[in-house]
Design a binder for this molecule. Structure first.
Ligand SMILES: Nc1nc2c(ncn2[C@@H]2O[C@H](COP(=O)(O)OP(=O)(O)OP(=O)(O)O)[C@@H](O)[C@H]2O)c(=O)[nH]1
Ligand SMILES: [Mg+2]
Length: 185
């Protein structure tokens, strides 16, 4: 028998994007955080509590890399943990600039290879590490780029906490609207 984690929101991102840092900022979870890829080896769960009635569970999973669906990196082992999450949050390291567009496409491609219906889950984009961006005006076109694709976009710093309140309110809206999902067929 296989035990699967069931979270409301799954954090999807390349290694080092700041997924665990974000989980540790928004929940009481204490995942390992470090400045090298593949710090997270197994999924971590935490509970976001906006108020007594407004709570949701977030899963931080290991970083995805090209070829993950074929077993490269930590491979398939953890993609199954997001099968049943209602909402996906793409966590991108915006200190890399325009490269986040490619990062996003790579993530989508890996998810699609695993199971195309993962791409149909309600999703949002977090442009993380904005504290490292000196010229803040560079963020507006990137934000617009993902908004044009139809995603809610949040500019955040998991380290300083900037933008986190808006992100959590946005995620709560998506979670509340989303239908529960069963195992993928
Ligand atoms: N300046 C800055 N650094 C950040 C931010 N978020 C994360 N980091 C740093 O980025 C590095 C990676 O953070 P993690 O949270 O371990 O990244 P991860 O996405 O969980 O990485 P894996 O577990 O390897 O997939 C650490 O050195 C963090 O301190 C941020 O908002 N601003
Ligand atoms: Mg991690």
């Amino acid at each position: 028998m296989e035990l699967k984690l069931i979270a409301d929101v799954g954090l999807v991102g390349l290694p080092n994007a700041g997924k665990s840092t974000l989980l540790s900022r928004i929940t009481a979870a204490k995942p390992k955080i470090a400045d090298y890829p593949f710090t997270t080896l197994t999924p971590n769960l935490g509970v976001v509590k906006l108020s007594e009635e407004r709570t949701f569970v977030v899963a931080d999973i290991p970083g995805l890399i090209e070829g993950a669906h074929k077993g490269v990196g930590l491979g398939l082992d953890f993609l199954r943990h997001i099968e049943r999450t209602k909402v996906l949050l793409y966590v991108l390291d915006v200190s890399k600039g325009e490269e986040v567009k490619n990062d996003f496409e790579l993530l989508r491609k890996e998810l699609a290879h695993y199971h195309p219906s993962l791409l149909e889950k309600p999703s949002a984009v977090a442009l993380n590490k904005i504290d490292l961006v000196a010229e803040r005006e560079r963020l507006a076109p990137l934000k617009a780029y993902f908004e044009e694709k139809g995603y809610p976009v949040y500019l955040i710093s998991a380290v300083t906490g900037e933008g986190i309140k808006e992100l959590l309110e946005g995620l709560w809206r998506l979670v509340r609207q989303a239908q529960p999902t069963g195992p993928l067929k």
